[in-house]
Design a protein around this ligand. Structure first.
Ligand SMILES: Nc1c(NC[C@H](O)[C@H](O)[C@H](O)CO)[nH]c(=O)[nH]c1=O
Ligand SMILES: CC(=O)[C@@H](O)COP(=O)(O)O
Length: 162
């Protein structure tokens, strides 16, 4: 199902575990920060709506989406967390750089999920233009930050029960 057929912000709170003692790290890319701030705000609002405490949400910033890999790795190594969410917005330009950044970040996130015992949640928009990013960070298609937060809570619950 494409995003245009699913609002990214919709969730049934009754089906989401309470996150009151879950600890989250969020690594945020500064590229396209008008978008990444919207994604971050959506994620935090959803986490706290589902019981997470603000003091249990740690934020680190990195310059761009490619640095999300190293930032998340350092978070895994240095903090005691239950889950890490990486937030970025990659928008196609004139060259192939878009493809290489997107592929690199995607592969890096996959590797982190294999390397560590807590999940790394992928909240990186990979869009053709700014309007698509606006639409997915609190616009007409909802907020991918909310979607990532709900996925994070569900994965922490799964990990604790596993
Ligand atoms: N064009 C975008 C970038 N490019 C920068 C890279 O992510 C990286 O910071 C640079 O190559 C240095 O290592 N980053 C985004 O997050 N979004 C873009 O649209
Ligand atoms: C994803 C990017 O790095 C891209 O936005 C950079 O733009 P360009 O390909 O025009 O250099």
């Amino acid at each position: 199902m494409a995003t245009e057929n699913k609002n990214l912000s919709q969730y049934d709170k009754n089906t989401i575990p309470n996150a009151k003692d879950f600890r989250f790290g969020i690594v945020v890319s500064e590229w396209n920060e008008q978008v990444t701030e919207g994604l971050y705000n959506g994620a935090v609002q959803a986490l706290t709506d589902c019981g997470a405490l603000q003091e249990n949400i740690i934020r680190w910033n990195v310059p761009g989406s490619f640095e999300l890999i190293f930032g998340a790795k350092q978070m895994h190594e240095k903090l005691e967390l239950d889950c890490i969410i990486v937030i970025g917005c990659v928008i196609k330009g004139e060259t192939m750089h878009f493809e290489f950044v997107c592929e690199g970040v995607t592969q890096g996130m996959k590797d982190l999920n294999l390397m560590y015992d807590i999940p790394t949640i992928f909240c990186v928009l990979t869009d053709n233009n700014m309007q698509q990013s606006i639409d997915r960070s609190g616009g007409k298609h909802g907020n991918k930050g909310v979607e990532a937060a709900i996925a994070a809570i569900k994965m922490v619950d799964l990990n604790r029960k596993g």
